[in-house]
Design a protein around this ligand. Structure first.
Ligand code: AMP
Ligand code: MN
Ligand code: MN
Ligand code: MN
Length: 291
């Protein structure tokens, strides 16, 4: 198995968000922040949309410091009742096939948002839909927008509390979205020329037994890689994730899942992958010219 000596010095972050989904920064602000953090390779992976990519490339074109922007997306799927996120890397943003599928995702998001709002109204929060929609602006509406509205306008203590009390699985305003199956998302990404990556496998609130099953199904559906480095992974989970990556011959990815600067999450920070694993970028042509 190859090691990553060649790329040791590069700062690579393959998971980040902008205002086009639930990130707080514009694509321009994200690119500038990545430069500040000395990132060399940045994938922009908004939830179910490619809208940030053109602006990010345009911004990078004006910068003196080189940085590679990887065209990405994070597709929402459903698997045995869990919301599973599949990141696509190096997808072709001009793929009409993928664009059409993502339009379907946007429609699912809007429908789900209406139902979430109805449920939150019943919990005593009136007018949340308009507020969440205003906050989302031209971006995809997400549960994070509802969480921010409840914190900013209705005095709920934190986003975490909102998810624990209202929006999390089985809670009062939880809605089962009609997301596609995991293997469909893998197909969309690969048909658009990209690699499919199982996102943040430690964050699905499932037992290790379910996690093993998830990774096995992801691999047998043709998934390419798994995130093995991300904030909050925890040492115990890291071991299992590395082991499963090897067992299923998956490539290893790394990403901060950056939404805004915080104590816990920063672009390009602590994203080293184990040397026994093969990085998802090992055959990327753009990396061959870097050192
Ligand atoms: P959605 O894709 O609309 O289901 O929204 C999921 C997003 O909500 C995730 O991508 C996270 O950014 C955010 N999120 C999920 N759980 C939490 C939490 N406990 N605290 C804060 N944000 C969360
Ligand atoms: Mn998010
Ligand atoms: Mn995610
Ligand atoms: Mn994400």
């Amino acid at each position: 198995m190859s090691t990553d000596n060649l790329h040791k010095k590069l700062k690579i972050d393959l998971h980040s968000h902008t205002k086009y989904s639930d990130g707080h920064l514009t694509p321009q602000e994200l690119v500038l922040r990545a430069h500040t953090m000395q990132v060399d390779v940045l994938a922009i992976t908004d939830h179910d949309t490619l809208d940030a990519l053109a602006e990010a490339h345009a911004c990078q074109a004006e910068q003196k410091r080189p940085m590679t922007i990887v065209n990405g997306v994070e597709v929402s799927t459903r698997w045995h009742g869990f919301d599973i996120h599949i990141v696509g890397l190096n997808i072709d943003p001009a793929s009409e096939y993928l664009q059409e599928k993502l339009q379907g995702q946007a429609a699912i998001r809007l429908e789900r948002a209406k139902t979430i709002a109805e449920k939150l109204e019943k919990c005593g929060f009136s007018g949340v839909f308009e507020r969440a929609q205003r906050l989302a602006g031209v971006g995809q509406i997400t549960r994070a927008h509802f969480a921010r509205v409840l914190v900013n306008n209705y005095g709920v203590a934190s986003m975490d509390v909102v998810f624990k009390k209202y929006l999390g699985k089985g809670k009062r305003a939880a809605v089962k979205a009609q997301w596609p199956e995991m293997d469909e998302a893998i197909e969309w990404i690969q048909k658009a020329g990209g690699q499919a990556v199982l996102a943040h496998p430690a964050h699905y609130d499932m037992t290790t037994k379910w996690l093993r099953r998830l990774v096995a199904e992801f691999a047998s559906a043709g998934g390419d890689a798994m995130e093995t480095a991300f904030p909050g992974i925890g040492e115990d989970k890291r071991g299992i994730i590395n082991e499963l990556t090897l067992e299923h011959n998956l490539l290893a990815s790394a990403g901060s899942d950056f939404h805004f600067p915080s104590r816990w999450t920063e672009l390009g920070r602590n994203l080293g992958i184990a040397s026994a694993l093969t990085p998802v970028w090992h055959q990327w042509p753009m990396m061959a010219t870097k050192q």
